[in-house]
Design a protein around this ligand. Structure first.
Ligand code: NAI
Length: 304
């Protein structure tokens, strides 16, 4: 995979103040790219230790970006890092961060009830003009936004892991997202240096709607004994030109995450064959074999 860091582009965004809620894997990445693009960022997490960790990892990542961008001018590089870091404030209370926000991006745990509680609270405290967006991977943007009054200012901004590296942003138009909100979200994504695509609120949007059933089919193929794991992965790398095979990718994403998404969709769409549970996947997850992060999934890894 060619690793390319996205950086701010020439596109201007009317959004200057962004609050990112959830300082984990995704939220910290979103905060980083927004700060890099000159936005004032408030990063919120209920867990203060996570915020400290996020700040540290953002600092390290920015240091790497600076090394590449300012190869011959380390002083400029240091300035770039300290200015970007200076644009990130942190808070443990979502309310405090949201009173000055033009945009709130939610990247908390993938649980509809918890997301509802958060947005209900935010809807009461954020200014009228503030746009709300969820970074959900597998839930419905319309369902998440059902609890807010400002449905015209609600949409999806679906980033990819690792956020500073992956160039795509899926901009999701909910049933009631206004044209103005949609355009603001697109301009904001472009200002962050992302390539934005548009999708309606459909399970998995574009990428995961294609990727999750593809991975599921690869697991079923392996489960039936039609080919070995290695051969399935070699086949898709050399035959389809994919940088990773589907089972390698499943291990990288985490088998628990794959199962979580499939189970959620199966519950909602029980007739869709592609979302049916996979006994082998369930077995691996129940054995704690979750992929790279636990040292074993379809393959064995050195524990990190
Ligand atoms: P994570 O577990 O790394 O981070 C979630 C963070 O949210 C945690 O730090 C937790 O303390 C915090 N949190 C939980 N409830 C909160 C609340 N009520 N208020 C404030 N903070 C709260 O999770 P990750 O992977 O960053 O995922 C976050 C969201 O992004 C999920 O909706 C997920 O579906 C989505 N997503 C994940 C991707 C991935 O590859 N991991 C890719 C694209 C989207």
């Amino acid at each position: 995979i060619t690793r390319q860091f996205s950086c701010s582009s020439a596109v201007q965004s009317a959004i200057k103040n962004v609050t990112v809620i959830g300082g984990g894997l995704m939220g910290s990445g979103i905060a980083q790219v927004a700060a890099q693009a000159g936005q004032n960022v408030t990063l919120v997490d209920v867990n203060g230790d996570i915020l400290a960790k996020a700040q540290k990892s953002i600092g390290n990542n920015l240091g790497r970006v600076a090394k590449k961008m300012y190869k011959d001018n380390p002083q400029e590089g240091e300035k770039f890092v300290s200015e970007a870091m200076g644009r990130i404030k942190t808070a443990t209370d979502p309310v405090s961060g949201s009173q000055t926000a033009d945009l709130v991006v939610e990247a908390i745990v993938e649980n509809i009830d918890i997301k509802h509680q958060l947005f209900q609270k935010l809807d009461q405290v954020a200014p009228d003009h503030t746009i709300f967006a969820s970074n959900t991977s597998s839930l419905s943007v319309n369902e998440i936004g059902a609890v807010v009054k400002r449905k015209d200012k609600f949409g999806g901004l679906h980033f990819f892991n690792p956020v500073p590296v992956m160039r795509l942003l899926e901009v999701v138009r909910g049933a009631e997202t206004s044209e103005t909100t949609y355009r603001s979200m697109m301009d904001w994504g472009k200002a962050l240096g992302k390539t934005c695509i548009t999708c309606k609120d459909t399970p998995g949007f574009v990428v995961n709607r294609l990727l999750v059933p593809y991975i599921a089919e690869a697991i079923r193929l392996f489960e039936r004994g039609d080919a070995s794991a290695e051969d399935i992965d070699i086949a898709m790398k050399l035959g389809a030109g994919y940088p990773m095979g589907p089972l390698e990718l499943a291990d990288y994403v985490g088998l628990d995450t794959n199962k979580f998404i499939l189970d959620g969709w199966h519950k909602k769409y029980p007739d869709q064959q592609l979302f049916k549970p996979i006994p082998l996947l369930n077995k691996l997850v129940s054995e704690g074999k979750l992929g790279v992060k636990t040292g074993e999934g379809f393959y064995k890894y050195e524990k990190k």
